[in-house]
Design a protein around this ligand. Structure first.
Ligand SMILES: *Cc1c(COP(=O)(O)O)cnc(C)c1O
Length: 412
């Protein structure tokens, strides 16, 4: 069956026809039949250079042989036991060695689960109620973080979804990204803040980059107010480099959440942090957290193989950085602003790079949608929103990049 027919069928069976809202491309999304390296092939027989890469996890590209072999080897031995496995301490040792902010780690099954548990842990540890997040920051799809952007730092959080009780977002306050004064003012006015959670490089509206010194200042403000600092590195972990933003910017958070890349393309999440905080997690402490699929061997096998590959090919990060730099130079004369950080990049249809959510939202989304359609007709699949980051992977070749650059120049 072809994409249009499949989508029609799915719409009668699944809300919006999809399993996650961003996939509901108008008038209908293409259905993928198979993928390899940098390329997706659809059930209609079309091929795309993929710059979505499943929204971040696939830093080695699709169906990477090293990861496929690791998963296959695990499948022969079974893929879920309900008991501990050797891969857990192996993966935990790797992750804690790579991240200065993680002495211990707990594996879960998604990034959403990781941020939900990290927030609970911060509250359990500090015995404080409120959390602060960044306006427009994304931390998954659970109640405490589904707060409408623009509700302002001094007002209580307003739910961004039907079905979320106002009482559950009332303890979530927001500040703009790159604004330490707003954070300081909020923490001075409220002494009941358990944690400030942020994406150190915003990946879900952009990318939007932290200004010089921002993360360091955030660190010291949180310490001054006995508020835990949570870096949500679900995108940036192993994406900006080994050790993520905390190594790149040399700022150590109290808690870190990971996901996406660390599962090598299979479902995973993790949260970790200072030993005294992590020891509060059940069964060693009173903060409850559990999961049937947590630390499942298939995800850990894929994840361990991915992290081992990245450790063995550290030059990848410089190469990807160079690729987006070259792309940025090629499109520099076009009107909007090209923002990039290593292998994360985006062309914003606005004159200057956004500093925060409000500025990102000023982008011309009509122009973006027109551009996106043209890119698609040239065989380039970009995430279908002005506010989702594009990704490159190890599998994107020189000729892919030439094709991508040519398409940008033709479509902007
Ligand atoms: C993707 C993402 C999440 C949610 O992860 P899921 O695995 O989709 O639940 C949380 N935080 C950030 C920063 C993300 O990019």
């Amino acid at each position: 069956m072809k994409s249009a027919d499949l989508f029609t069928r799915a719409q009668g069976l699944m809300p919006g026809g999809v399993s996650s809202p961003v996939r509901a491309i108008k008038p209908f999304p293409f259905y993928t039949a198979h993928a390899s390296g940098s390329r997706l092939t659809t059930v209609d027989g079309d091929e795309y250079i993929d710059c979505c890469m499943a929204y971040g996890p696939l830093i080695l590209g699709h169906a990477h042989p090293a990861i496929r072999d690791a998963i296959a080897l695990q499948l022969e031995k079974g893929w879920l036991y309900g008991t501990p496995v050797e891969l857990e301490p192996e993966m935990a040792a790797r992750i804690t060695a790579d991240h200065p902010g993680m002495d211990m780690v707990r594996f879960v099954s998604s990034g959403s689960e990781a941020t939900m548990a990290a927030i609970r842990l911060a509250r359990g540890y500090t015995q404080k109620k409120d959390i602060i997040k960044v306006e427009g920051g994304f931390h998954g799809a659970h109640d405490a973080v589904l707060v409408k952007a623009g509700s302002g730092a001094t007002t209580l959080g307003v739910p961004d979804s039907a079905g979320v009780l106002p009482a559950l977002t009332a303890h979530t306050r927001q500040v703009p990204f790159n604004d330490t004064e707003a954070l300081e003012a909020l923490l001075c006015a409220h002494d009941d803040v358990a944690a400030f959670i942020l994406e150190p490089v915003m990946g879900n509206i952009g990318p939007v980059l932290p200004e010089e010194g921002y993360l360091r200042e955030v660190r010291s403000i949180c310490s001054d107010h006995d508020t835990l600092l949570i870096f949500d590195e679900v995108i940036t972990g192993y994406r900006l480099g080994i050790g993520g933003a905390q190594v790149m910017y040399d700022v150590t958070p109290d808690l870190t959440t990971l996901g996406k890349i660390i599962g090598g393309g299979l479902p995973i999440g993790a949260f970790g942090g200072r030993r005294d905080i992590m020891e509060m997690v059940s069964p060693s402490g009173p903060v409850y957290q559990a999961g049937t699929f947590s630390g499942n061997p298939a995800s850990l096998a894929a994840g361990c193989a991915t992290l081992a590959w990245l450790h063995g090919h550290r030059d990848l990060y410089g190469r990807l950085e160079e690729s987006t730099r070259a792309l940025a130079e090629s499109v520099a004369s076009h009107g909007g602003s090209f923002v990039r950080h290593g292998s994360m990049f985006k062309f914003f249809f606005r004159s200057t790079p956004p500093r925060n959510y409000r500025e990102a939202k000023e982008s011309d989304t009509v122009a973006f949608t027109r551009f996106w359609g043209k890119m698609r007709s040239k065989g380039i699949f970009l995430p279908p929103s002005q506010f989702e980051t594009n990704f490159l992977s190890a599998a994107h070749t020189g000729s892919d990049l030439d094709e991508l650059t040519g398409a940008y120049l033709a479509c902007l």
